[in-house]
Design a binder for this molecule. Structure first.
Ligand code: ATP
Length: 199
């Protein structure tokens, strides 16, 4: 599995559609300060489901949408697509090439897609979680992050290891199931109350 292309449109400083092509092996992104190198890394994290505006170096999620410059008006949406070569079947999906896409509208809506078909964020997280490209993004090591790992508490370190081992995916599903059970229990109690009142 390797990342093939990354297309940004309206994402941070990339107002016009820009596609980066990655060959197998090491890719270096070079440019002057402030030219958008870190924005490329932010786009990778974002399309893979990152939900933390701070992790993306913003105050709120809408900060990823091109905010305009003196010569160009702000845009109403940010779109990023990532195409992954899946010839080795590392992603649990029957395609040799997988494109995941994420769009955010300034009005607030979000869209996700896998190979052009609309999906939920959870579907993208599930698709990537066993490949090491999990939600916590340990494949993206940002500036200062190594320090954070070295200084992490035992609990936090366990969290890193669980994500890397693919356990978090099941923990998330368990939490979701428990939340459903809780709301079922509340419904059941309500039904029992009503039955009691009718008798
Ligand atoms: P350095 O080498 O200093 O780390 P860099 O190449 O990594 O720099 P980035 O941090 O990726 O640069 O890009 C910063 C630029 O992106 C700034 O000029 C900033 O104004 C611009 N930028 C960030 N968010 C937006 C946005 N929403 N709209 C327009 N421009 C943005």
């Amino acid at each position: 599995m390797h990342l093939k292309t990354l297309t940004l449109r309206g994402f941070k400083s990339f107002a016009s559609a820009t596609t980066l092509e990655f060959e197998p092996g090491v890719t270096c992104v070079v440019g002057p300060n402030g030219s958008g190198k870190s924005n490329v890394v932010d786009a990778l994290a974002w399309v893979m489901g990152e939900q933390g505006a701070k992790t993306l170096r913003g105050g709120q999620m809408a900060d990823v949408i091109f905010a305009g410059t003196s010569g160009r008006a702000p845009l109403g949406r940010a779109e990023v697509s990532l195409t992954i070569d899946n010839a080795d079947g590392a992603l649990p999906i029957d395609y040799t090439e997988v494109t995941i896409s994420r769009t955010l509208f300034r009005s607030g809506g979000s869209e996700y897609a896998i190979n052009g078909s609309p999906c939920r964020l959870l579907d993208i997280q599930d698709l990537l979680s066993d490949s090491g490209l999990g939600r916590e993004m340990h494949v993206i090591v940002g500036q200062g992050q190594l320090d954070a790992v070295l200084r992490a508490t035992p609990e936090d370190r366990r969290h890193f290891i669980e994500e890397a081992a693919g356990i978090l995916k099941h923990r998330r599903r368990k939490e979701k199931a428990l939340r459903k059970l809780d709301s079922m229990q509340a419904n059941l109690t309500r039904v029992q109350d009503l039955t009691g009142e009718i008798r």
